[in-house]
Design a protein around this ligand. Sequence first.
Ligand code: NAD
Length: 338
Amino acid sequence: MIQVGVNGYGTIGKRVADAVAAQPDMKLIGVAKTRPNFEAEAAVRKGYPLYAAIPDRADQFRDAGIDLAGEVEDMVMTADVVVDTTPSGIGADNCDLYERYDTPAILQGGEDADVADVSFNARANYDLARDDVDVARVVSCNTTGLSRLLAPLVEAYGVEKARVTLVRRGGDPGQTSRGPINDILPDPVTVPSHHGPDVNTIIPDVDIDTLGVKVPATLMHLHSVNVTLEAEPSAAEVRELLGAESRLFLVPEETGIDGTGKLKEFAMDTGRPRGDLWENCIWEDSISMEGDDLYLFQSIHQESDVIPENIDAIRALLDWEDRETSMRITDETLGVGL
Ligand code: NAD
């Protein structure tokens, strides 16, 4: 059993913790939190051992009546691997701690690529993380979604050029500090956005330009995708190729799902935990070919598409399973693949 600790228990951390607890070959040894808020209470109710991420604040947990299993160093010492799901920049600071205890670590997409030995996406470059790596970075939600889409296209047809406009949610549902509230922002206003270069940390040779637009929405991102292929398959052939990928969900027209609101409703109706959509949601009818140009729309659930990737990153980093086996176990245990 792989002993896994999760440092940082927010949007991504709580989902990673639940996913780890569901794996047959992993044991969640604990989660580290900074504050005794509602998420700390929920973790305790689930029976997850709770560690103080900031030792000076341990008293706050005791005052709130929450029992601690120890301090974050105790968790790091015991773990075979730590998944760091702290806010952007803090993961980089935490690397000294992981190095001190010789504990491999998985960082998230908010960290700079050069903080980690390798940037990771299970479908595109699983094997790179198996090779003597101490720190891997699971790339951001948008980069994960683009890498999953581009990897099979590169393999099947070759990609001459990808151009993607990312319509980005302003914040997560719980992020009351985020906006815009009544506006549409070029974000960033400079071109390209950081997403294209980030895709190149996963698929180095693909030529890709990305533009970002921020909108007053919280549910999901939406990508408007144009990929110039090195071949001219029919739209039906591309649909078949993408439909065969377990982490790409082709949204059929007959479902009547016409936007991110209904996608989330669909996820909740089908009993997905927290209404999560781990798959890229590609509108099947949007998949079109004009000569060698592929066009499509896909939506990315920012809070959850990186969760299966974190689970696979754990197995890759410890060289525990090959890619196909790891992705299969992860997909089966979580219920990935609609
Ligand atoms: P979050 O703010 O929801 O959660 C982070 C948690 O870490 C919070 O509970 C916070 O209290 C805690 N924390 C703060 N400082 C800490 C410390 N020193 N030690 C331990 N815990 C600490 O953030 P998030 O959205 O889960 O993002 C985490 C990482 O995942 C970031 O790198 C982010 O870029 C990346 N990411 C986020 C999303 C998303 O849409 N939310 C998607 C993909 C990747």
